[in-house]
Ligand binder design. Sequence first.
Ligand SMILES: Nc1nc2c(ncn2[C@@H]2O[C@H](COP(=O)(O)OP(=O)(O)O)[C@@H](O)[C@H]2O)c(=O)[nH]1
Ligand SMILES: [Mg+2]
Length: 321
Amino acid sequence: MGRTVDVVELVDRAREGQPRAVARLISLVEDAGPRLREVARALAPFTGHAQVVGLTGAPGVGKSTSTSALVTAYRERGERVGVLAVDPSSPFSGGALLGDRVRMGEHATDPGVFIRSMATRGHLGGLSWAVPQALRVLDAAGCDVVLVETVGVGQSEVEVVSLADTTVVLLAPGMGDGIQAAKAGILEIADVFVVNKADRDGADATARDLKHMISMGRRERTDVLWRPPVVKTVAAGGDGVADVVDAIDAHRAWLHDHGELDRRRARRAASEIEAIAVERLRSGFGGLRGGAGLEALAERVVAGELDPYAAADRLVEGLGA
Ligand SMILES: Nc1nc2c(ncn2[C@@H]2O[C@H](COP(=O)(O)OP(=O)(O)O)[C@@H](O)[C@H]2O)c(=O)[nH]1
Ligand SMILES: [Mg+2]
């Protein structure tokens, strides 16, 4: 094939579990280069197998430590595991983040584990398009479970929900913002709560507060049948990690029994399509020159010559031309 990669062959090799093929495919989708479409097409028939588990929470609660402990637990069951560590603020891309590399070090030579760190800064839409494509690569590579670690700040914790079959929200005692964050919306997104650092004072109180909030929430939302369990862990020592695996399994079974798995996956595909379409529109705007371009229109809005709605109409019309 000369210097150009044969994407179909790469996908074959990834399915055989060759780490370099997996890494290469993720790079191809991350770069959003001309091969992206070809990669997506080649992957499509082999996706839909992996169980996608999102882990989110404030920086320092122990997401990476927990992810590593979960990898160990799934490997003990003989499952192939993928890890995507997504840090929107990281200036690095492609390679592993140093901290994660150290923590994930014990899995680095395990052929049944694929680990990838992704920085989303600089990509319009952040998580919204590159991560789902990387997920597809790991899925097609035969991962039984893919763990997606995202920092629970701003939008990313909402976005992880659209990616994951099961969303695990981590809290830690002594991080006062924990319960506040819960009030601000993590209650809606969590399928499983983990109170990590249970070796520290206050873990019981945090777990109790959470359970109380969950029971309050249920009174208002009687249609919601799944009650998120609250699991205490000491991820650093592995305590309670088996309970997290059990909770994730139970949630998966519940999703399956209630037709929710298909619904969530359809929602995920819909947001993926939307993100790609929006991205395409955006890049189209960039190509519009002269008076029809975004900058020229913006100037006219600032000058009061056009209102933003009329300007938006022109922009969209410009794409159609
Ligand atoms: N005491 C204690 N420390 C922990 C525990 N789990 C993780 N840590 C420590 O907390 C710090 C942050 O962990 P990390 O996994 O990087 O958190 P992340 O930012 O959420 O990914 C590290 O120094 C870990 O060693 C735990 O269960 N107990
Ligand atoms: Mg981390």
